[in-house]
Ligand binder design. Structure first.
Ligand SMILES: [Cu+2]
Length: 125
């Protein structure tokens, strides 16, 4: 085998490992909330083909105020549900809609559109 062949094979192996690491092990972006003067934990979420941000870390026992802005007309995302907190809201296109509740138990709680196609996660610490 020539040096060039060895180089090409090694490059391929390294690239494969990097791609595998990226998909399986790279940390997912998490958003920590900003606590307002009133003590509420506030996050603005954009709805467009998904929720951005979609992983939100909050503290237990403090009110959480999530303001959704839906920037698409797809019927899929017209409603957002928080089944663990008995919350849901209609999201008219282009309007800011605030969902507010106080998580009083730690854990990971999903939120989703009415069909469960778009998903996000609230991590309560
Ligand atoms: Cu949907």
């Amino acid at each position: 085998m020539s040096n060039l062949q060895i180089f090409v094979i090694l490059s391929g192996v390294v690239l494969t490992i990097l791609i595998a690491w990226y998909f399986w092990f790279a940390p997912k972006a998490q958003t920590r909330v900003v606590t307002s003067a009133s003590g509420a934990q506030e996050v603005a979420i954009t709805v467009k083909g998904g929720y951005t941000p979609d992983v939100i870390v909050v503290q237990k026992g403090r009110p959480v105020r999530l303001t959704f802005t839906r920037q698409e007309s797809s019927a899929c995302s017209e409603q957002v549900l928080f089944p663990d907190f008995n919350q849901n809201a209609l999201l008219p296109e282009g309007e800011q809609v605030t969902v507010e509740f106080t998580p009083n138990k730690p854990g990971e709680f999903g939120f989703q559109c009415q069909m469960g196609m778009l998903r996000g996660k609230l991590i309560v610490e």
